[in-house]
Unconditional design. Structure first.
Length: 328
């Protein structure tokens, strides 16, 4: 009787998990309109020269986004940053860019692409690029910041988390409890390395660790290149994945200054050798901009879920992903 009751509970739990997954995908998706070109918005300042504000907020990835209940599709963060840099390059009056970074990080490749695009923009235009860190600029967010000429952190910013992480779940035990078995067919014993359907072998763990170590070395290289004030050997002591307050980051020379967005704008103008400048952003026709804190990355759910679960995010957690990301 006790054994039967145990299996009834497991069956009940399985049904609940399945129902949650199904309901998470039961959404009312509204029509998506065409993405319209960026337009320049002047939000302050004066003069013939310009300082452009560019947002890097949220998850750093190459995945497209939806917002405003599905009425509008947003390009991926990579695509949007590239679009803004290309538009800025066509305008010879833009003398500086201020990146407003508010991100825990993201995928290794997306972070590296944006870092590369910023460096190439600087080479082609000779423009100054300054980072303003807001709430959080960790891991991939900090990786991108190292491509800029100066880094300013808000007094309450959290930064650092230099390192790489590969998230992996092992669902083998759960599958055994509900009567599911992995019957994957593969050409070689390493073909499904990182699969959530089974535990990793020690050899497989070493293989993934080797990849992570290479990505970590890449992270150290971009920090050393971008922050010449930091000795590489000293960097290894502070780049163990921990986070830092703005004051700690300043003491460690991870940033140049503690200040507000106004201070970052003034620093950008100073570095660019200009006194007066219009402060501008790029926005889609329907986006509202009224001041320097107006963000282009405010998001609403793209779908109306019957329950508050994002099925895509839930399922992605079962994949092994290499991330420059702080995820407490």
């Amino acid at each position: 009787m006790e054994q039967s009751f145990k299996w009834q509970k497991l069956l009940y739990l399985s049904c609940i998990l399945f129902l949650l997954h199904v309901l998470a995908g039961c959404s009312f998706v509204l029509p998506i309109t065409e993405v319209r070109p960026l337009e320049e918005r002047v939000i302050g300042g004066k003069g013939k020269d310009k300082v452009l504000l560019v947002d890097i907020s949220g998850m750093i990835s190459g995945k497209k986004r939806l917002r405003a209940f599905g009425f509008k599709e947003k390009p991926s963060l990579i695509s949007r940053v590239k679009e803004e840099l290309e538009k800025a390059e066509e305008d010879g009056t833009i003398k500086a860019i201020v990146l407003r970074i508010n991100s825990h990080g993201g995928t290794v490749t997306a972070s590296d692409i944006i870092h590369h695009e910023i460096k190439e923009y600087k080479k082609r235009t000779k423009a100054i690029v300054v980072t303003q860190m807001l709430d959080v600029a960790t891991s991939g967010g900090y990786y991108i910041a190292t491509a800029t000429d100066r880094i300013v952190a808000h007094p309450t910013t959290v930064t650092g988390s230099i390192g790489v992480v590969a998230f992996k779940l092992n669902a083998q035990g759960l599958m055994e409890k509900i009567g599911l078995a992995d019957e994957t067919v593969k050409s070689g014993d390493k073909k499904d390395i990182g699969s959530p359907l089974r535990a990793m072998t020690p050899e497989e763990r070493e293989i993934l660790k080797g990849i992570i170590n290479n990505m970590y070395e890449r992270f150290l290289e971009v920090v050393v290149e971008g922050r010449k004030e930091i000795d590489r050997e000293r960097l290894k002591d502070i780049a163990d994945g921990r986070i830092y307050s703005a004051k700690q980051a300043l003491d460690l020379k991870l940033i140049d200054k503690i200040g507000y967005l106004d201070d970052a704008i003034e620093l950008a103008k100073e570095e660019a050798g200009i006194k007066d400048a219009k402060i501008i952003t790029y926005a889609r026709p329907s986006d509202y901009r009224s001041n320097i804190y107006s963000s282009s990355d405010f998001q609403l759910p793209s779908t109306i879920n019957l329950i508050n679960i994002d099925a895509d995010t839930f399922m992605e957690r079962f994949n092994t992903r290499f991330m420059y990301m702080w995820m407490p």
